[in-house]
Design a protein around this ligand. Structure first.
Ligand SMILES: Cc1cc2nc3c(=O)[nH]c(=O)nc-3n(C[C@H](O)[C@H](O)[C@H](O)COP(=O)(O)OP(=O)(O)OC[C@H]3O[C@@H](n4cnc5c(N)ncnc54)[C@H](O)[C@@H]3O)c2cc1C
Length: 470
C-alpha cells in the first residue's frame, strides 16, 4: 500500500507530493488530466505573492507581514481566518528557496504586469515551467504519477481516509492529500449555485472558465455530502472580466481585459454600473467578472480612448476601433444615443487633477453615479477602443474547512490522515475577493504543510498497526 496518495496534479498537489516524499513517504499522484494538460490552473499562472522584509533577488523593496495582512483584509472585507491567513503570509517568506531547489526559476517582472514588482515573484516561463519543474523533480524522487486518473470517489471510515476510486480501481493509502482544485469547470454546479436572476436568465450559462476543464469538484461535492466541514459559499469565486471571444476553457491570462481602470465599463443598455477606478487593478480585477455576472445578459463593454493606450497590457486580440462613439456603439451592438449620453455625463463629471496610474491619483468624478474615484479622464480623444467582456471564472472558493495542519475536518474534528490544499481550501483565507498571486501562495504553503502532515500520518499508521499486532 502506498503511504501517501495525492489527488490532483497542480501546484498544491505537487508541493504536497514532493514534501511527503522528502519526508520519506512513498507517494502516488492521481492527475485527472492527460500528461499534456497536466498542472490544472497552476499551469496558467505567472507569479506568487510573497512577504519579504528587504529586497530579494527579483523582489523589490519590502512587503511586510502587516501590509500583506491588510491587503488580505481589504480584498476579503475581513472574511478570512486570520490565523490561517497569517500562516500563509509568514510562510510565503521562506518557500521560494524550496521552490528553487525543485527547479522553479524566478525573473524580474515585465512592465504592464499589474504593478506587482514589489509584492510578487514571477516564474520564469510562467506556471507551465513551474509545473514541469515540479513533475521533473517528482519523477526524479520516485513519485508515481498517474495521468488520466480522475478520482471519482473516496472511502472514509470514521473521518479517516481508507481508499480512493479511479473508475473501478480501488487505491488504498495510509494517508491522502486532496488537491483537486475547485469546481469552476463544473458548469451544472455553477448554474445551480447562481440560479436564475431577476431577468429570468441563468447567469452561469454565460460564464467562461479561464483555466482547466478538469476541476469539476467531484470530491469536494462528495466530501461535503459526507459531512466534511466547509467554508465559503458556492457563488464566491475569483472572477475576471475576460474578452467575450475567449474559449470556454483554458483561455488563460491573455484573455483578460486590463483597460477597465483607464476607461469606463457599460452594460448592454450602455449604462455604467461600478466604479472603474476604485483601487489598484491587482486588488480589483478579480471582482469585475462578478460585477459583469450581475448585469443583464452577463455582458459588459470596456471603452477607452487613445490617451490611455500603452498604459496597460493590451489584450491579445484587438478590440473594436472607431473614430466616433456612434461608430463604436454600432460596432459593439449598443444603442448609440444611450452610449453617447453615458459618455457625455461621465466626461462632464470628470475632475481631472494629476493623472498618474501608478498611484491612487486625484482624477475623479463628481456628481455622478456610480462615481469613478481615480484615474477619471474624459473619453474624448479618438480613435476609441471597445472590448466586450464576459465573466471569466478563475476558481471557486467553496472549500473544505481546515486548520494549521491542513487536516480535513468532520464535525469540527480533524481527520487523522486526510488533508487538503490549494483551491479546495482557499476559501478559508479568501471568503471573497482576491489579491493577485495569493492563489499560488495558499497552494504552496498548504500543499507543503499537507504533504508533511500526510507523511507523518502514514508513519503513525505503521506504528498503530504494529501496536495492534503486538
Ligand atoms: C488564467 C489563470 C491565471 C492565474 N494566475 C495566477 C497567478 O499568476 N498567481 C496566482 O497565485 N494564482 C493564479 N491563478 C490561480 C491559481 O491557478 C490557483 O490559485 C492555483 O493554481 C491553485 O492550485 P491548485 O493546485 O489548488 O489547483 P490546480 O492547479 O487547478 O490543480 C488542480 C488539479 O486537480 C486535478 N483534478 C481535478 N479533479 C480531479 C480528480 N477528481 N482526480 C484527480 N485529479 C483531479 C486537475 O486536473 C488539476 O491537475 C490563475 C488561475 C488562472 C485560471
Amino acid at each position: 500500500m502506498v503511504d501517501v496518495l495525492v489527488i490532483g496534479g497542480g501546484n498544491a498537489a505537487l508541493c504536497a507530493a514532493l514534501m511527503a516524499r522528502e519526508a520519506g513517504a512513498s507517494v502516488m499522484v492521481l492527475e485527472a488530466a492527460p500528461k499534456e494538460w497536466r498542472g490544472g490552473n497552476s499551469s496558467h499562472t505567472r507569479n506568487i505573492r510573497a512577504m519579504h522584509d528587504e529586497p530579494q533577488d527579483v523582489m523589490l523593496e519590502s512587503y511586510h507581514e502587516e501590509e500583506y495582512w491588510q491587503d488580505v483584509v481589504k480584498v476579503t472585507s475581513g472574511i478570512t481566518d486570520e490565523k490561517l491567513a497569517r500562516l500563509v503570509i509568514r510562510s510565503s517568506a521562506n518557500c521560494r528557496g524550496w521552490m528553487t531547489h525543485h527547479g522553479v526559476r524566478f525573473q524580474a517582472p515585465l512592465s504592464g504586469t499589474l504593478n506587482l514588482s514589489r509584492t510578487n515573484a514571477f516564474f520564469m516561463g510562467g506556471g507551465k515551467a513551474l509545473i514541469n519543474a515540479y513533475y521533473r523533480s517528482a519523477e526524479k524522487l520516485g513519485i508515481e504519477i498517474r495521468y488520466e486518473s480522475p478520482a471519482s470517489s473516496i472511502e472514509i471510515r470514521n473521518g479517516e481516509f481508507v481508499a480512493a476510486y479511479v473508475g473501478d480501481e480501488r487505491i488504498e493509502a495510509k494517508a491522502c492529500v486532496l488537491a483537486a482544485g475547485g469546481f469552476e469547470s463544473n458548469r451544472e454546479w455553477l448554474k445551480e449555485a447562481w440560479g436564475m436572476n431577476q431577468y429570468g436568465e441563468y447567469p452561469a450559462d454565460n460564464f467562461l472558465i479561464r483555466g482547466s476543464r478538469y476541476n469539476e469538484g467531484v470530491l469536494l461535492k462528495q466530501l461535503i455530502a459526507m459531512g466534511a466541514d466547509s467554508v465559503s459559499d458556492a457563488t464566491q469565486a475569483h472572477m475576471v472580466a475576460v474578452d467575450a471571444r475567449a474559449p470556454l476553457y483554458d483561455g488563460g491570462i491573455c484573455t483578460r481585459i486590463d483597460g477597465v481602470p483607464f476607461g469606463i465599463v457599460v452594460n448592454k443598455h450602455a449604462q455604467r454600473f461600478s466604479d472603474e477606478g476604485e483601487d489598484f487593478w491587482p486588488k480589483r480585477y478579480a471582482f469585475w467578472g462578478r460585477l459583469v455576472a450581475h448585469q443583464p445578459g452577463q455582458i459588459g463593454y470596456c471603452i477607452i480612448d487613445s490617451k490611455v493606450l500603452g498604459r496597460f497590457m493590451p489584450p491579445v486580440f484587438p478590440g473594436e476601433k472607431a473614430d466616433s462613439l456612434d461608430e463604436m456603439a454600432t460596432k459593439l451592438g449598443l444603442d448609440s444615443k444611450a452610449l453617447q449620453e453615458t459618455v457625455k455625463a461621465y466626461n462632464a463629471a470628470c475632475r481631472v487633477g494629476n493623472f498618474n496610474h501608478t498611484i491612487l491619483d486625484d482624477c475623479h468624478t463628481e456628481g455622478i453615479e456610480p462615481e469613478k474615484t481615480h484615474w477619471a479622464l474624459p473619453i474624448d480623444t479618438g480613435p476609441f477602443y471597445g472590448y466586450a467582456v464576459r465573466p471569466g471564472v478563475t476558481f471557486t472558493y467553496l472549500g473544505l474547512k481546515t486548520d494549521d495542519t491542513a487536516a480535513v475536518r468532520f464535525n469540527n474534528e480533524a481527520s487523522k490522515n486526510l488533508f487538503v490544499a490549494g483551491e479546495m481550501m482557499a476559501g478559508n483565507v479568501l471568503g471573497k475577493g482576491y489579491a493577485a498571486g495569493i492563489g499560488m501562495t495558499i497552494g504552496t504553503v498548504f500543499g507543503r504543510i499537507a504533504g508533511t502532515q500526510a507523511a507523518q500520518a502514514a508513519k503513525q499508521y505503521g506504528v498503530e498497526l504494529a501496536h495492534a499486532a503486538a
